[in-house]
Design a protein around this ligand. Structure first.
Ligand SMILES: *Cc1c(COP(=O)(O)O)cnc(C)c1O
Length: 390
């Protein structure tokens, strides 16, 4: 692929927390002629993926698939359920929750944005007290990012659900699971999530280009009363066409071939095994980081992310210079620090199609980068991680 003139033998290590490494099986599954999306073969594919994607969200309710990045599915969650001026509760857990806030703001929703330190997840106690205080039931939705990809902090959605139940409040629950679906346990139906927002390019093993809304019947009721403008994102024509395996406009056909295969891969390994593999790799990564004497951005061990680890560099050092050394000298991309934590952290993605030796290579790349940088650290993190993996 002619991206630069420099010859770089071997495979590039794409260890950002999404897009992730796409398995060869998925790439091959997409390498077929695009078919007539109104023809009979398409309907078979459509019905199959629309049905089987429910396994991944752990739901029996409809899942809508948009030809769009995850950001589109965020917008869809809001415009299909809310009305101008509605009050919603959001939490500043990091960059992605802030971007979601920006969308809500553009739609003139009234937002209670609970400030955060970018090192902890949504506090279920705050959810409960905010909802209890809202005796007039003005809050229409609670929004949470399950896995904050900018910080490596996971919010405890099951506990947020319990807090909402304790407050006996009718607000909808919206969850962004873009970087947790297919890598961290997620239960749309059990947790009574009303709209789950997903994306294709992280744990779902696909290239960018698909996004999802898993919806509850309560969300469908809210749809009927919602007055925010919607056209491309409108759920109704989607749901109607989807019943027969079709879409109201041209779907991303070849990505759907890939999705079909990605679901095969995830179900062959077994979702619980997928989650445990991610947990193990995350722990190995933290063992290396601790041995290097560097600090993990996530403060609370109950909230450690299984899909990525954000690592702080000591004050006076620049995380992006380290990333540059690692990219230039060892051909590995690590995630950059976003917004408030720019230059302060680098992020190691350990999600998706990923195994022990890929993790060993990734951590070796980081340790070699540290050796070539001026960042003070202790050697040998990689060895500690390898011992853990044996
Ligand atoms: C990647 C990501 C997004 C943004 O998704 P796009 O596909 O880039 O629109 C939103 N939320 C989270 C948690 C993410 O990881």
């Amino acid at each position: 692929m002619a991206i630069s003139n420099t010859i770089r033998p071997g495979r590039h290590f794409l260890q950002i927390p999404g897009p992730t490494n796409v398995p060869d099986r998925v790439l091959r599954a997409m390498d077929y002629p695009t078919i007539d999306h109104r023809g009979p073969d398409f309907a078979e594919l459509g019905l199959r993926v629309l049905d089987r994607i429910k396994l991944i969200f752990k739901t029996s309710e409809p899942v809508i698939i948009f030809p769009a990045s995850g950001t589109g599915a965020w917008e869809a969650a809001m415009v299909n359920t809310l009305s101008a001026g509605d009050k919603i509760l959001m939490f500043e857990t990091g960059h992605f929750s802030t971007l979601w806030y920006d969308i809500a703001h553009k739609f003139k929703l009234e937002i209670d944005f609970v400030k955060g330190d970018w090192r902890t997840g949504v506090d279920p106690n705050i959810v409960e007290s905010k909802l209890k205080e809202d005796t007039e039931k003005k809050i229409k939705a609670v929004c949470a990012v399950h896995n904050e990809t900018s910080t490596g902090v996971t919010s405890r959605i099951g506990e947020i659900r319990k807090a909402m139940d304790n407050a006996d409040h009718p607000a909808l629950l919206f969850v962004d699971t873009i970087s947790s679906l297919g890598s961290i346990d997620y239960r749309h139906e059990e947790w009574k999530v009303d709209v789950t927002v997903g994306g294709s390019q992280k744990g779902l093993l696909l290239p960018p280009g698909l996004s999802f809304n898993a919806i509850s019947s309560k969300a469908l009721d809210a749809y009927k009363n919602s007055d925010l403008p919607k056209s491309y994102w409108d759920w109704e024509p989607m749901i109607e066409n989807n019943k027969k395996g079709y879409f109201p406009y041209t779907p991303a056909t070849n990505l759907l071939y890939g999705l079909d295969e990605a679901i095969n891969i995830l179900t062959e390994e077994g979702l619980e095994n997928v989650f445990n593999r991610h947990k193990r790799f995350a722990e190995a990564t933290r063992i290396a980081v601790n041995a290097w004497g560097l600090e993990i951005l996530c403060k609370n061990p109950d909230e450690y992310s299984s899909s990525l680890t954000a690592v702080l560099v000591p004050e006076g050092h620049d995380a992006d210079s380290l990333r540059k050394i690692i990219l230039d000298d060892f051909n590995m991309s690590l995630g950059t620090g976003l917004a408030k934590v720019a230059g302060k952290v680098f992020r190691i993605g350990h999600l998706g199609d990923f195994n022990e030796l890929m993790l060993a290579g990734t951590l070796s790349g980081v340790e070699m980068g540290l050796m070539k940088s001026k960042i003070p650290f202790n050697k040998g993190g990689i060895l500690k991680a390898l011992e853990f993996l044996c």
